[in-house]
Design a protein around this ligand. Structure first.
Ligand code: AMP
Ligand code: MG
Length: 321
């Protein structure tokens, strides 16, 4: 069985092709980016419309497949930006009608978790999911057959970790997305104290952002030091709840997924925490950490018997799947 997956929840439009054995045959994407204004939903939708056909062609070419080889079309049904989700859905729906394909809507968050688990050949990890919008610590119920329900043990009480970094990046003129640039600039920084907010299993980033913004506006701290300290503080907060999740669940593996998972310093901190408590840390390679189509295709394969054409659901949580 060969599955095409289409990602369209935020600034990335991606097309991935995988087999039912989890082999990735193609995974191509194109991301909308803007200098300082962040994400404008209708502009992103236009971007996706513009690149969709050529990305599909590129994916088919690199996977060496044609429409007649395809068994299923999966698309990201949510969560995400509503106009962007609808654009992706309509593009996929159009392809499906033209080429007589069955479609399945999948949860974007679950897709991040599943591709990470597949790639690392894991059975039952604790997931730390850190993307633009999401920051969640998740475990999955174990079933003999099929996919068990996900439970969110802890999450951000306000903004996602990636959004926090992106917002700060905009304040200091680093462009969007700012995560990778903050990582670079942080290498030249030293520590300044920022609010560290963990409440039980949950974290909160907005006070941290506000404080950093004030320090910039009052010229009381350097950009380099703030980039470094934002990373150190926010990553340590996530590491703390991840450690608590490992302790309470008794699980021995931690899997980091989502775009912020590309950050080397974050991985280093989580790896150290895991080593100190006899657990093992896993991440996904760069090309699978951020949003892409392969994860949507694989999640589509896993959920093909439970879901179908469900249009879109911009607030769809992983624990509602
Ligand atoms: P996603 O929503 O999963 O595509 O992840 C996108 C988010 O990941 C954005 O907020 C980026 O700023 C962030 N990001 C990407 N690379 C890095 C990095 N190296 N360090 C920190 N954040 C990153
Ligand atoms: Mg994502």
């Amino acid at each position: 069985m060969i599955i095409v997956g289409v990602e369209s929840t935020a600034h990335t439009f991606g097309v991935g092709i995988v087999t039912d054995k989890g082999k990735i045959l193609a995974n191509v994407k194109d991301s909308y980016s803007s200098k300082d204004v962040g994400m404008i939903p209708h502009e992103i939708a236009e971007h996706h419309e513009k690149v969709a056909e050529q990305l599909l062609k590129k994916a088919f070419k690199s996977a060496k497949v044609e429409w007649e080889d395809i068994d299923l079309l999966a698309y990201s049904a949510g969560p995400g930006l509503d106009p962007v989700l609808w654009k992706g859905y309509n593009i996929v729906k159009g392809w499906a009608e033209k080429h007589h394909q069955k479609i399945v809507g999948v949860n974007h968050c679950c897709a991040h978790l599943s591709i990470g688990k597949l790639w690392n050949k894991l059975k039952d990890p604790v997931y730390l999911y850190v993307s633009g919008v999401n920051t969640q610590i998740i475990v999955q119920e174990q079933k003999k057959k099929g996919e068990g329900k996900y439970h969110v043990l802890g999450e951000t009480l306000d903004i996602g970790l990636g959004n926090m970094l992106d917002k700060f990046g905009r304040i200091v003129g680093l462009g969007f997305p700012a995560g990778p640039k903050i990582e670079e600039v942080a290498k030249k920084g030293k520590y300044v104290e920022l609010p560290y907010i963990v409440k039980g299993m949950d974290v909160s980033f907005s006070g941290l952002l506000t404080k950093a913004q004030q320090l910039v506006e009052r010229k009381q701290a350097m950009k380099e030091d703030l980039c470094f300290s934002l990373q150190e503080t926010a990553f340590a907060m996530c590491a703390e709840v991840a450690e608590r999740a490992l302790a309470h669940s008794g699980k021995k593996e931690l899997l980091l997924v989502g775009g912020v998972g590309a950050n080397k310093r974050f991985c280093e901190m989580l790896d150290l925490m895991c080593k100190e408590r006899g657990a093992k840390f896993y991440k996904v390679p760069m090309e699978l950490a951020g949003d892409q189509g392969a994860m949507i295709a694989w999640e589509g394969f896993l959920r093909k018997d439970s879901y179908g054409d469900m249009k879109v659901n911009c607030q769809w949580r992983a624990d509602e799947v």
